[in-house]
Design a protein around this ligand. Structure first.
Ligand code: FEO
Length: 163
């Protein structure tokens, strides 16, 4: 199981709170894997990742636009690639392939290491220069990207094959 460590912190409570939720989801994926790829748990994990991605990517991208962050486009590209990977996992589940807990856990762990610890860390200076670390419960408009609008309906898919 993964526990929150100081090295994961951006020093911005709004972002840290959301990343803590992501770690909770990784741990749920680990439990699903330990339960022999339990289909219901895997579906729940993918559902929660989807909700997380829609909300969290919107949070970060909205601040990037608001603060005119120089690496907005390359960062957003990583968000889109991650969302596409989640769609691929959904498609496997829909096709009845439940032996993917390993891949889901690995994908989420890699996202923590390669995206949160590297790519997300790059915006910290910009966000702090704009005072974000001083604000709490900063309200954001909801901005849904095209990919996010695609993945939301998937959780309502009613024709999932069962083994
Ligand atoms: Fe915290 Fe760019 O995802």
């Amino acid at each position: 199981m993964i526990t929150w460590k100081d090295k994961y912190s951006m020093g911005i409570s709004r972002i840290d709170d959301e990343h803590k939720k992501f770690i909770d989801i990784i741990n749920k994926a680990i439990v699903a894997k330990e339960h022999n790829n339990n289909p219901e748990e895997l579906k729940e994990v993918l559902h929660e990742i989807t909700i997380f991605a829609v909300s969290h990517f919107s949070t970060e991208e909205t601040f990037m636009i608001e603060f005119n962050y120089a690496e907005y486009h390359s960062h957003k590209k990583e968000h889109i690639l991650f969302s596409n990977t989640i769609i691929e996992f959904f498609n496997k589940i829909i096709d009845g392939d439940y032996q993917i807990a390993d891949k889901i856990v690995e994908c989420l762990k890699q996202w923590l290491i390669n995206h949160i610890l590297l790519t997300d860390k790059k915006y910290v200076g910009c966000f702090k220069e704009n005072g974000l670390h001083l604000l709490h419960n900063h309200k954001l408009p909801i901005i849904l990207t095209k990919v996010q609008l695609v993945i939301i309906p998937l959780k309502h898919h009613s024709h999932i094959k069962r083994n």
